[in-house]
Ligand binder design. Structure first.
Ligand code: XBP
Ligand code: MG
Length: 245
């Protein structure tokens, strides 16, 4: 492969856990608020939520919880509609919380995004969460035109199979019109890394509290955060060179 063909052209970011640490104090309380609103006595504490995070996608996570802990709930004739309604309510609670600015970006993220844009790198998002959740998180943090920074936003149900399937990354690459070899992915979890590697993407992992200690084999680098990461480091990681940050 010539150096030009492997030139870094685009950065593809996961959202939850990567751009911001959203799960424990964002998505989790939003799920619990939706359950209370529906008159359900379900409460996902931090430990249980950590187990449920093995399943990506909010609707899928609720179904996983029901199968393991509330199997009778699945016997209702309108079960699928009730799960969808719970997730819709959860998303309302989450977007309200995120739009209030209560969930900050992780250290170094805003600076790296600004630096990447200045360097002419194209930006994209590949996430399991919903598009409205992405906007609610990014606009308070990056300003009213934040969503326009990302040329492609692959989010939620646009693909049939969620992470660890590679579908969302393949969907984003197709719309970028780029091969994986010209892009770098950013993830926080083993599920996310499996998805990005499955799409052939070199991947930088920045674990968060819920994902620290997972298997990040195959990552180009595993970092505490994106603080101090320069675009020159990104180009080196894409080429497979060792980088000390
Ligand atoms: C993380 C997920 C999402 C969120 C909840 O997404 O798996 O399901 O936990 O958001 P990613 P939703 O790390 O790919 O950004 O309820 O909207 O799914
Ligand atoms: Mg994530």
């Amino acid at each position: 492969m010539s150096a030009n063909s492997a030139a870094l052209q685009a950065l593809i970011f996961d959202v939850d856990g990567t751009l911001a640490d959203t799960e424990r104090d964002g998505h989790r309380p939003a799920f619990n608020a939706a359950f209370r609103e529906a008159g359900l006595d379900w409460h996902w504490d931090e430990a249980l939520y950590g187990e449920l995070l093995a399943v990506t996608g909010g609707k899928e996570r609720i179904a996983h919880f029901v199968a393991r802990h509330q199997p009778e709930f699945a016997q209702q004739p309108d079960y699928a509609e009730r799960v969808a309604a719970l997730h819709k309510a959860k998303t309302r609670h989450y977007t309200q919380l995120a739009a209030s600015g209560a969930i900050p970006l992780r250290p170094g993220v805003a600076r790296l995004l600004h630096e990447a844009r200045s360097a002419g790198l194209r930006l994209a998002v590949a996430t399991t969460t919903t598009p409205e959740n992405v906007s609610a998180l990014l606009v308070p943090a990056l300003g009213p035109d934040a969503m326009a920074w990302f040329e492609v936003i692959g989010a939620g149900d646009v693909v049939p199979a969620k992470k660890p399937a590679p579908d969302i990354y393949l969907w984003v690459l197709e719309r970028l019109g780029l091969p994986a070899s010209n892009c770098l992915a950013f993830e926080d979890s083993e599920n996310g890394l499996k998805a990005s590697l499955g799409a052939g993407l070199a991947t930088i992992v920045t674990p968060c509290d819920y994902t620290r200690g997972q298997d990040f084999g195959g990552a180009a680098a595993v970092l505490d955060s994106l603080e101090g990461v320069a675009t020159s480091d990104l180009r080196a990681w894409l080429s497979g060179a060792a980088v000390s940050v």
